[in-house]
Ligand binder design. Structure first.
Ligand code: SAM
Length: 337
């Protein structure tokens, strides 16, 4: 998934930075990814550590990490469910078709007519199987993650769901084909959470060795930019708002100048982890020097940095930027006992 702030392409840099501080053998370590997004970093460490704790407060992200991280045992006949979902006769009375698709009646062109109907058809069948206990929770989240990933590929957007395109682009004209969101098999157990990170960090059972912190950098709220994915994942009906059909969405304290510093320090203060690694860039709400100043209060500080290509949506929006690149930091803290 093309995700704002995804660390997929930076995962080697982040891994190297973590190895240089903690060492290469992480097999007895508990690793917590508090703002997991697509789960790219948790996935990169799933086979190297004893346990991953992954969290994100957006529900679509929870679905992804519940599948890619918490799922770790084989699920029998997994692909037969994908086949069955791909072959269902389409319904035309669902929420995604009516609210977010061509000819649905609301003028929102996030999906072609056929694809909107397909999403509803598959989503309702997955729920029906789950409610009737015909599928396990592991399989439920695997199928939901497969639907989110597959729907995202044929969405009619420039890259995020803050707006749809006026005409169906080529990829949005293609028929949605449900593809399996395969997770890796692993003998260790991992946990996925769907709460505010500042709340999770205060839980008594959340402690460990490595805390990876990758909060939003700017004022763009993920709940607004990915609202259609949340709507597919949650599938509750509501009164969509305005031209883009926004639901009421959660606001992150990391996306506002007035709240970010307090939220960040509160997180560090309450973290029961020996090593803390914070990804942030040079265009974020917090200046690198401020991040350093706050982190230094809690232990030994260090920093690694790398030049990185700007996120695609920023270029598409024709916004004025002095450079095509940003400076990515990994701020490092070895916390005092
Ligand atoms: C920069 S992205 C993380 C990207 C992720 N590392 C990846 O590679 O895909 C920031 C994430 O923080 C989540 N988020 C924002 N505020 C949060 C909060 N208070 N608690 C938990 N998650 C939050 C957003 O939903 C978003 O997925």
């Amino acid at each position: 998934m093309n995700y704002i702030g995804s660390k997929q392409k930076l995962s080697d840099f982040i891994k190297t930075t973590i190895y240089s501080v903690v060492g290469y053998d992480l097999s007895d370590k508990i690793f917590c990814d508090l703002f997991a997004g697509t789960g790219a970093i948790s996935r990169a460490f799933k086979h190297e550590v004893k346990k991953i704790i992954a969290n994100d407060f957006e529900y679509y992200s929870y679905v992804l990490i519940r599948n890619y991280i918490e799922n770790h045992r084989e699920i029998p006949h997994i692909l037969t469910y994908i086949d069955e979902l791909n072959r269902l006769p389409l319904i035309d009375t669902g929420f995604i078709f009516k609210q977010y698709s061509v000819n649905g009646g609301c003028g929102r062109l996030y999906f072609s007519e056929q694809n909107g109907k397909k999403i509803d058809t598959m989503r309702q069948k997955i729920e029906d199987w789950y409610i009737r206990q015909a599928i396990s929770e592991d399989l439920y989240f695997f199928l939901l993650a497969s639907l989110l990933e597959s729907a995202d590929k044929i969405a009619n957007t420039a890259s995020v769901y803050g707006a749809f395109l006026k005409k169906l682009k080529k990829t949005a004209q293609k028929a949605l084909v449900l593809e399996p969101a395969l997770f890796s098999i692993n003998s260790n157990t991992h946990r996925a959470f769907n709460v505010d990170s500042n709340q999770l960090i205060k839980q008594n059972d959340i402690f460990g060795d490595i805390l990876y912190v990758d909060p939003p950098y700017n004022t763009r709220q993920y709940g607004a930019n990915y609202h259609v994915l949340n709507t597919i994942a949650q599938y509750h009906s509501f009164e969509p708002h305005g031209k883009t059909g926004l639901p009421v969405y959660k606001k992150s304290r990391y996306c506002s100048y007035t709240t970010v510093l307090h939220a960040f320090e509160d997180l560090l203060k309450h973290a029961h982890f020996k090593y803390i690694f914070v990804s942030y860039n040079n265009e974020g709400l917090m200046q690198a020097a401020t991040v350093k100043k706050i982190m230094k209060k809690y232990g030994k500080y260090g920093c690694a940095s790398k030049i990185y290509q700007r996120f695609k949506a920023d270029k598409d929006e024709n916004r004025f930027f002095e450079s095509e690149t940003t400076q990515e930091y990994v701020h490092i803290l070895e916390k005092y006992g």
